[in-house]
Design a binder for this molecule. Structure first.
Ligand SMILES: [Mg+2]
Length: 196
């Protein structure tokens, strides 16, 4: 019998896609060929992505939650995750909540009210699927999108297609320090780079 890597006790790790794991753009970057093309987008993988996904797949239950269109999310996930990764769920925009972004409204001096609506990820939804929020982490480059889940969120830098980027190895090292935490919400995660 082989050791199964997935344990019912593993923390659920929810990953964002755009600017966290990949960068998608309508025009190609001048200094680098795209890793693949999809729906008229040039897709650039964040450096060290394959190793990152392989390792988190061993230590966490995995899921994807992105505010991009459902089709895009399904297809990007299929292309970048290791074939043996069994994802708890793959959610796109239809699972996000459309709501007003007060911070952005304030930043722009309270102008153009209608442009400040955005799709956010409300983790409370997971409870009815049987997940305990004490054992859920969400990784998202956009703090606003996970703002309702302050105690669960880790914010990597935004990835915009640079050839060299070491965020994923650093993030992996930090995540491994959390993998056995009984309650991730009790841990301060804002200075996460100092703990990895
Ligand atoms: Mg993002």
């Amino acid at each position: 019998m082989t050791m199964s890597s997935d344990s019912p006790n593993q923390i659920l790790l929810i990953l964002d896609l755009d600017e966290t794991l990949v960068h998608a753009r309508s025009t190609p970057l001048p200094d680098r060929p795209a890793d693949f093309e999809l729906f008229d987008y040039h897709i650039y993988l964040r450096p060290h992505l394959a190793a990152f996904l392989r390792e988190v797949n061993r230590h966490f239950k995995l899921a994807v939650w992105s505010s991009a269109s459902d089709d895009y999310v399904t297809e990007i996930t299929r292309r970048i995750f290791p074939p043996d990764a069994s994802l708890e769920f793959v959610w796109g925009r239809s699972r996000c909540t459309y709501c007003f972004n007060h911070a952005a409204f304030e930043e722009t001096g309270y102008t153009d009210y209608h442009s400040h609506y955005d799709y956010v990820k409300v983790l409370k939804k997971l409870k009815r699927h049987g997940y305990r929020l004490e054992r859920v982490l969400i990784v998202d480059d956009t703090p606003h999108k996970a703002k309702r889940n302050f105690g669960n969120a880790i914010y990597p830098t935004e990835y915009t297609g640079q050839l060299h980027d070491n965020e994923l190895p650093q993030l992996l090292a930090y995540l491994l320090t959390l993998k056995d935490a009984a309650n991730v919400r009790q841990l301060e995660k804002r200075g996460w780079r100092d703990h990895s």
